[in-house]
Write a protein that binds this ligand. Sequence first.
Ligand SMILES: *Cc1c(COP(=O)(O)O)cnc(C)c1O
Length: 371
Amino acid sequence: MRGLRAYDPGHDLVALRQRFAPDGLVELGSNENPCGPSPRALAAAGDALAGLHRYPDPLGGDLKRALSAKHGVDTSQLVLGNGSHELLMQLAQVFAGPGVDVVMSRFGFAVYAIAAQAVGATLRVAPALPTDARMPRGHDLDAIAAAITPATRLVYLANPNNPTGTWFAHDAFAAFIARVPGDTIVVVDEAYAEIADAPDFGSALPLLGAHRNLVVTRTFSKAYALAGLRVGYAVAHPDVAGLLERVRESFNVNTVALAAAEAALADEDWLRDTLVANTAQRTALAAALRERGWSVTPSQTNFLLVEFGEHTAWIEQALLDRGVVLRPMAGYGLPECSRISIGTAEENRRLLAGLDDLASESEFSAMDEDG
Ligand SMILES: *Cc1c(COP(=O)(O)O)cnc(C)c1O
């Protein structure tokens, strides 16, 4: 335990909000949906307040039935979590431990390493794709398959991945899981799956019937804009879901979260509109950053990984002083990059104005370097 490092949430946002109270802080550090949740989710959350003196439904029955209808799976295949972070930890608690290998990719989501180390398992980190690949720093499924040993019981993948924003093709994943031994659990963390629309992207959910060692995790924190309520879910074979249930805290998803998530799921028009807005802003922001000479990794998410090179820490601090929060990546071994969540049009404008401001007052401009 003493060897672990606690999850690094980035900045003290409460302090920063106070500091920038008049103009408002531009929060582009945590991949939240800046448009906020569906009005139907907010109304359901409000209605649920009348029941706060009661414990929540420990089965999460209504939300599970809604998820079961949406994904065409049985409710016995679903496990609800206090955010998907909790489920990622629970998966290690159930399937890993001392003497067991857990495999992840370099530049994979930070929680996987914490989950493995917290239960005393041995973490094996597969190399990522090279920076000049079509998916720079993305998951290399061949390298991940090669890192699996007879002691491996758990593999964590994210599709699309955080912090790179990269994704892997559905066909490539289908070929990958066919190679993985049946007693090794493969977790596909699909925190951004609702957002992804690339032609070669596909959820792993349709493969659940063929692979009882497959677990897919989803969350209401990103596309559905309910990060503050903490709701996620795992979809798996009923036997696997049953094992996860055994270590689940009895009332882990609260009353308000259950109600809001169910209502958010039903508001398909709202989800479509918010995803259209995100894609439009992402396309515009990526183009604007590339125009300014910065390298931007292709993204199927609500954030961009941008290479500011040797200027990264200086730019992050200078933007912070102007009330614009980015996510530093040194903890991921990427001190030359920042992760920038897609904001509203106005927030993205403030980010670009801040960058232009810095360029005009200093010599850092990437344009200058390129000649
Ligand atoms: C944000 C994120 C999560 C955690 O989401 P919660 O449901 O809010 O716990 C999980 N995986 C990835 C890859 C994420 O980016």
